[in-house]
Design a protein around this ligand. Sequence first.
Ligand SMILES: [Zn+2]
Length: 211
Amino acid sequence: MTIRHHPSDETLAAYAAGTLDLGRRVVVASHLERCAACRRFVRGAEQVGGVMLEDLSPAPMSEHALARTLARIDREHSRQPAKPVANEPGLPACLKPYEMGRWRWVGPGVEMRPILLPESGNVRVFLLKAGPGTRLPQHTHEGSELTSILVGSFHHEGGDFFAGDFEEADGDVEHRPIVGTDMACICLVALEGQLKLSGFIGALLNPFVRL
Ligand SMILES: [Zn+2]
Protein backbone atom coordinates (compact mmCIF):
# COMPACT_ATOMS: atom_id res chain seq x y z
CA MET A 1 0.00 0.00 0.00
CA THR A 2 1.26 3.48 -0.83
CA ILE A 3 2.23 5.58 2.16
CA ARG A 4 0.64 9.02 1.84
CA HIS A 5 1.33 10.68 5.19
CA HIS A 6 4.91 11.12 6.40
CA PRO A 7 6.67 12.87 9.30
CA SER A 8 7.48 16.54 8.60
CA ASP A 9 10.91 17.43 7.19
CA GLU A 10 11.71 19.10 10.55
CA THR A 11 10.95 15.90 12.46
CA LEU A 12 13.01 13.75 10.07
CA ALA A 13 15.91 16.22 10.21
CA ALA A 14 15.78 16.19 14.03
CA TYR A 15 15.75 12.37 13.93
CA ALA A 16 18.82 12.38 11.65
CA ALA A 17 20.61 14.91 13.89
CA GLY A 18 19.87 12.79 16.98
CA THR A 19 18.05 15.66 18.71
CA LEU A 20 14.63 13.97 19.08
CA ASP A 21 13.84 12.60 22.53
CA LEU A 22 13.73 8.81 22.81
CA GLY A 23 9.91 8.64 22.80
CA ARG A 24 9.50 10.48 19.50
CA ARG A 25 12.55 8.72 18.06
CA VAL A 26 10.94 5.31 18.59
CA VAL A 27 7.68 6.37 16.90
CA VAL A 28 9.51 7.90 13.91
CA ALA A 29 11.67 4.75 13.67
CA SER A 30 8.54 2.60 13.36
CA HIS A 31 7.57 4.66 10.28
CA LEU A 32 11.08 4.43 8.81
CA GLU A 33 10.92 0.63 8.97
CA ARG A 34 8.16 0.77 6.36
CA CYS A 35 8.94 3.92 4.39
CA ALA A 36 11.85 3.88 1.92
CA ALA A 37 11.29 7.56 0.98
CA CYS A 38 11.77 8.75 4.57
CA ARG A 39 14.76 6.41 5.06
CA ARG A 40 16.39 8.11 2.02
CA PHE A 41 15.63 11.55 3.45
CA VAL A 42 17.18 10.63 6.82
CA ARG A 43 20.29 9.14 5.17
CA GLY A 44 20.73 12.34 3.14
CA ALA A 45 20.31 14.53 6.23
CA GLU A 46 22.83 12.38 8.14
CA GLN A 47 25.36 12.80 5.33
CA VAL A 48 24.91 16.59 5.32
CA GLY A 49 25.37 16.59 9.11
CA GLY A 50 28.53 14.46 8.75
CA VAL A 51 30.04 16.86 6.18
CA MET A 52 29.34 19.79 8.51
CA LEU A 53 31.11 17.97 11.37
CA GLU A 54 34.13 17.29 9.14
CA ASP A 55 34.35 21.02 8.38
CA LEU A 56 34.78 21.91 12.04
CA SER A 57 38.39 22.25 13.11
CA PRO A 58 39.25 19.57 15.66
CA ALA A 59 39.25 20.67 19.30
CA PRO A 60 41.97 19.28 21.57
CA MET A 61 40.58 16.45 23.71
CA SER A 62 41.22 16.42 27.39
CA GLU A 63 43.15 13.50 28.85
CA HIS A 64 40.95 10.42 29.55
CA ALA A 65 38.14 11.85 27.38
CA LEU A 66 37.87 8.60 25.42
CA ALA A 67 37.84 6.45 28.55
CA ARG A 68 35.13 8.65 30.09
CA THR A 69 33.00 8.46 26.93
CA LEU A 70 33.32 4.67 26.78
CA ALA A 71 32.39 4.38 30.45
CA ARG A 72 29.31 6.50 29.82
CA ILE A 73 28.27 4.32 26.89
CA ASP A 74 28.65 1.25 29.15
CA ARG A 75 26.47 2.84 31.82
CA GLU A 76 23.78 3.74 29.30
CA HIS A 77 23.78 0.19 27.96
CA SER A 78 23.37 -1.24 31.44
CA ARG A 79 20.29 0.96 31.96
CA GLN A 80 18.46 -0.79 29.11
CA PRO A 81 15.67 -3.08 30.38
CA ALA A 82 16.99 -6.55 31.07
CA LYS A 83 14.16 -8.58 29.61
CA PRO A 84 12.58 -7.29 26.44
CA VAL A 85 9.02 -8.57 26.18
CA ALA A 86 7.63 -6.41 23.37
CA ASN A 87 7.15 -9.37 21.08
CA GLU A 88 3.48 -9.16 20.19
CA PRO A 89 3.16 -10.23 16.54
CA GLY A 90 3.23 -7.42 13.98
CA LEU A 91 5.07 -4.94 16.20
CA PRO A 92 7.85 -2.85 14.65
CA ALA A 93 11.40 -4.03 15.37
CA CYS A 94 12.22 -0.68 17.04
CA LEU A 95 10.05 -1.71 20.02
CA LYS A 96 11.90 -4.98 20.63
CA PRO A 97 14.39 -3.65 23.23
CA TYR A 98 11.66 -2.24 25.48
CA GLU A 99 9.33 -3.68 28.06
CA MET A 100 5.64 -2.94 27.84
CA GLY A 101 2.93 -2.51 30.43
CA ARG A 102 -0.37 -4.38 30.32
CA TRP A 103 -3.25 -3.47 27.98
CA ARG A 104 -5.54 -1.03 29.83
CA TRP A 105 -9.13 -0.11 29.11
CA VAL A 106 -9.39 3.55 28.08
CA GLY A 107 -12.94 3.86 26.82
CA PRO A 108 -15.59 1.89 24.88
CA GLY A 109 -13.68 -0.23 22.33
CA VAL A 110 -10.35 1.47 23.12
CA GLU A 111 -7.31 0.06 24.92
CA MET A 112 -3.79 1.34 25.45
CA ARG A 113 -0.53 -0.36 26.36
CA PRO A 114 2.38 1.75 27.63
CA ILE A 115 5.90 1.27 26.28
CA LEU A 116 8.29 1.52 29.22
CA LEU A 117 11.20 3.59 27.97
CA PRO A 118 14.27 4.17 30.16
CA GLU A 119 14.02 7.95 29.58
CA SER A 120 10.96 9.64 28.15
CA GLY A 121 10.62 12.95 30.04
CA ASN A 122 7.34 14.67 29.25
CA VAL A 123 6.59 12.34 26.33
CA ARG A 124 4.59 9.15 26.81
CA VAL A 125 4.73 6.34 24.26
CA PHE A 126 1.99 3.76 24.01
CA LEU A 127 0.13 1.44 21.68
CA LEU A 128 -3.47 2.44 21.14
CA LYS A 129 -5.91 -0.19 19.89
CA ALA A 130 -9.43 0.68 18.79
CA GLY A 131 -12.08 -1.74 17.50
CA PRO A 132 -13.55 -1.55 13.97
CA GLY A 133 -15.77 1.51 13.49
CA THR A 134 -14.86 3.04 16.88
CA ARG A 135 -15.36 6.80 17.10
CA LEU A 136 -12.55 8.06 19.26
CA PRO A 137 -13.42 10.93 21.58
CA GLN A 138 -12.79 14.38 20.16
CA HIS A 139 -9.54 15.58 21.65
CA THR A 140 -6.77 18.15 21.68
CA HIS A 141 -3.29 17.87 23.16
CA GLU A 142 -1.17 20.11 25.35
CA GLY A 143 1.87 19.40 23.16
CA SER A 144 2.67 17.50 20.02
CA GLU A 145 1.29 14.06 19.19
CA LEU A 146 3.05 11.72 16.78
CA THR A 147 1.09 8.72 15.55
CA SER A 148 2.43 5.83 13.50
CA ILE A 149 -0.33 3.59 12.15
CA LEU A 150 0.72 -0.08 12.49
CA VAL A 151 -2.45 -1.98 11.64
CA GLY A 152 -5.85 -1.00 10.20
CA SER A 153 -6.95 2.56 9.38
CA PHE A 154 -8.80 5.65 10.61
CA HIS A 155 -10.01 8.88 9.10
CA HIS A 156 -10.83 12.36 10.34
CA GLU A 157 -11.04 15.93 9.01
CA GLY A 158 -7.31 15.78 8.18
CA GLY A 159 -7.58 12.80 5.80
CA ASP A 160 -7.50 9.00 5.56
CA PHE A 161 -4.71 7.18 7.39
CA PHE A 162 -3.70 3.58 6.70
CA ALA A 163 -1.06 1.20 8.07
CA GLY A 164 2.37 2.74 7.36
CA ASP A 165 1.07 6.33 7.47
CA PHE A 166 2.25 8.86 10.05
CA GLU A 167 0.40 11.74 11.62
CA GLU A 168 1.86 14.78 13.34
CA ALA A 169 -0.51 16.95 15.34
CA ASP A 170 0.05 19.82 17.74
CA GLY A 171 -2.10 21.41 20.40
CA ASP A 172 -4.09 23.47 17.89
CA VAL A 173 -5.59 20.49 16.13
CA GLU A 174 -8.90 19.09 17.30
CA HIS A 175 -9.69 15.73 15.75
CA ARG A 176 -12.34 13.10 16.05
CA PRO A 177 -10.88 10.01 14.39
CA ILE A 178 -13.15 7.18 13.25
CA VAL A 179 -11.60 3.73 12.85
CA GLY A 180 -12.14 1.85 9.56
CA THR A 181 -14.94 -0.69 9.79
CA ASP A 182 -13.04 -3.70 8.40
CA MET A 183 -10.60 -4.29 11.26
CA ALA A 184 -9.21 -2.94 14.53
CA CYS A 185 -6.65 -0.16 14.29
CA ILE A 186 -3.37 -0.26 16.25
CA CYS A 187 -1.20 2.84 16.44
CA LEU A 188 2.06 3.68 18.15
CA VAL A 189 1.74 7.12 19.72
CA ALA A 190 4.17 9.59 21.30
CA LEU A 191 2.18 12.11 23.29
CA GLU A 192 3.66 15.21 24.86
CA GLY A 193 1.77 16.47 27.92
CA GLN A 194 -1.81 15.43 28.58
CA LEU A 195 -4.51 14.40 26.16
CA LYS A 196 -7.57 16.62 26.63
CA LEU A 197 -10.82 15.01 25.63
CA SER A 198 -13.76 17.18 24.66
CA GLY A 199 -17.42 16.68 23.83
CA PHE A 200 -19.84 14.44 25.70
CA ILE A 201 -17.68 11.32 25.86
CA GLY A 202 -14.74 13.47 26.86
CA ALA A 203 -16.65 14.95 29.76
CA LEU A 204 -17.52 11.42 30.79
CA LEU A 205 -14.02 9.98 30.46
CA ASN A 206 -11.70 12.89 31.30
CA PRO A 207 -11.72 12.28 35.06
CA PHE A 208 -10.65 8.67 34.49
CA VAL A 209 -8.35 8.83 31.52
CA ARG A 210 -4.76 9.66 32.22
CA LEU A 211 -2.93 8.38 29.20
ZN1 LIG B 1 7.62 8.29 5.11
